[in-house]
Design a protein around this ligand. Structure first.
Ligand code: PA5
Length: 443
């Protein structure tokens, strides 16, 4: 379902260097398989695809149906980081490019909130909500993250003021036992779903965190899970053919031996912009620790060839690219001939637009290799629920192997607390008086 091609790296590395890193990746694979490595109490994601219960999907569909019966046409999904990016990625990838602007709609519009602290964003969300029939899914594993908590307070108040049946328009996804959102959900009698204890935020797309919004958007969740399940089965083999092992070995070799400290995830399809965003959190939070790790970046081609292309071709030689190649378009569209040919495009008449995209990709990859940028290519046949499910699981599994290859615990995120401590001190939160005093001296 996913093909990996490392040819675009081979002029940068020696065969024996790659073999050496394959050995390291095998050892990391064993660590992940043994479930005894660092962070091993957060390995619940490994078996999610094969354990997703049909009755859970049925519960999601029941919510969709009951909201359809209320004619709800806007669902606000509140969450940040791992409680946001997977659902956003899947909904963007699998929906019509112009879903919210189409006149014929069978599904509610899904909008996201709680992923920033912009006042204008929230105020304008309220303006939108006042024109629409609204429900909300609030997602926070910890139940205490500031951005979603603030957004939820505002959205909840709006829903309570506007609707008699407010509590049936709100679903919460949070910890099974603890956290402010759990307490509130019990008190308000919200329908709730659990983020398992042993699944970290950035690995949670195949839990209710990702799956409920995907169902509400009317997408084929079973096909997505099937794609992930096929990957779960196929990656569980310690072999040179395993694409997750190959990916982990090559990216660690490029980083550790060839000074390539930036990995750029490249797509040629606007539906995959948020695949890059989801992937950046997955790899950035998993590997960027102890002053180590590859900096994950992403670009959207051909768009960004007209902005970032110059740097990639010619700038500081610190990067390699991982190109997500979608082999076929879903819809037909050929370039027509034009009698006048003023735009001089008749040489392309009769060709699919996707053929141009493919040639742009090939030409760019070769130019970037010539410019000193190694290329890893990952191919999927189409943008489909199956291929996206496969990509989710592939990147998660490869991330575990890759971080262990680097000697890092992939499943914690000690660094994300530092800014929060300062923010709470600056906002005057109880318990942060000492930090506030220290900060005042620096301002
Ligand atoms: O990966 C992580 O754990 C974080 O980035 C979280 O996803 C993010 O902070 C959201 O946390 P929560 O779901 O607890 O609100």
């Amino acid at each position: 379902m996913i093909n990996i091609d490392l040819k675009g790296c081979m002029s940068f590395v020696k065969e024996e260097e790659y073999k050496n890193y394959l050995e390291k990746a095998y050892a990391a694979f064993d660590t992940l398989a043994s479930e005894k490595g660092a962070g091993n109490d957060f390995l619940g994601w490994k078996h999610l695809p094969s354990s997703i219960d049909e009755s859970l999907l049925g519960e999601f569909e029941a919510i969709k149906k009951s909201w359809q019966e209320k004619s709800i046409d806007l669902v606000v999904v509140i969450g940040i980081g791992g409680s946001y990016l997977g659902a956003k990625c899947a909904i963007d990838a699998l929906s019509h490019n112009f879903a919210s602007l189409m006149k014929t709609k069978n599904n509610p519009d899904i909008v996201f909130a709680g992923n920033n602290l912009s006042q204008d964003y929230l105020a304008e969300l309220l303006e939108l909500m006042s024109e629409r029939n609204v429900a909300c899914v609030v997602i926070s594993k910890s139940g205490t993250t500031t951005e979603p908590a603030v957004a939820f307070r505002i959205v909840k108040q709006f829903i309570e003021e506007k609707y008699q049946d407010a509590s049936s328009r709100i679903v919460a996804i949070t910890d099974a036992k603890k956290g402010a959102l759990k307490t509130l959900s019990v008190q308000e009698n919200y329908k709730t779903f659990v983020v398992p204890d042993n699944v970290g935020g950035r690995f949670s797309v195949l839990t209710p965190v990702g799956l409920l919004p995907i169902v509400l958007a009317g997408l084929d969740v079973r096909a997505l899970v099937a794609g992930a399940k096929a990957m779960e089965e196929s990656l569980n083999v310690k072999s040179e053919q395993n694409p997750a092992i190959q990916y982990a070995a090559m990216r660690n070799l490029l980083y550790s031996q060839k000074s390539k400290s930036v990995e750029v995830l490249v797509n040629y399809n606007p539906k995959f912009v948020f695949l890059g965003e989801w992937w950046k959190q997955l790899y950035g939070e998993s590997e960027g620790k102890e002053n180590k790790g590859i900096f994950p970046a992403s670009v959207n081609f051909t768009t960004d060839l007209h902005s970032m292309g110059q740097f990639i071709q010619d700038g500081t030689r610190i990067m390699f690219e991982t190109v997500v190649n979608v082999k076929s378009a879903d819809k037909d569209l050929k370039i027509a001939s034009d009698e006048q040919n003023l735009d001089q495009l008749n040489y392309l008449a009769g060709k699919d637009v996707e053929h141009l995209n493919a040639m742009a990709m090939l030409g760019t990859s070769l130019a970037h290799i010539d410019g000193g940028v190694p290329q890893i290519a990952l191919s999927v046949d189409r943008v489909s629920p199956e291929s996206l499910g496969a990509l989710f699981y592939f990147f998660e599994f490869a991330c575990g192997i890759s971080a262990y290859t680097l000697g890092i615990n992939p499943f914690d995120q000690p660094g994300v607390e530092a800014y929060k401590k300062n923010m709470f001190a600056l906002l005057g939160k109880e318990g942060y008086e000492k930090e506030a005093e220290e900060l005042r001296k620096r301002l």
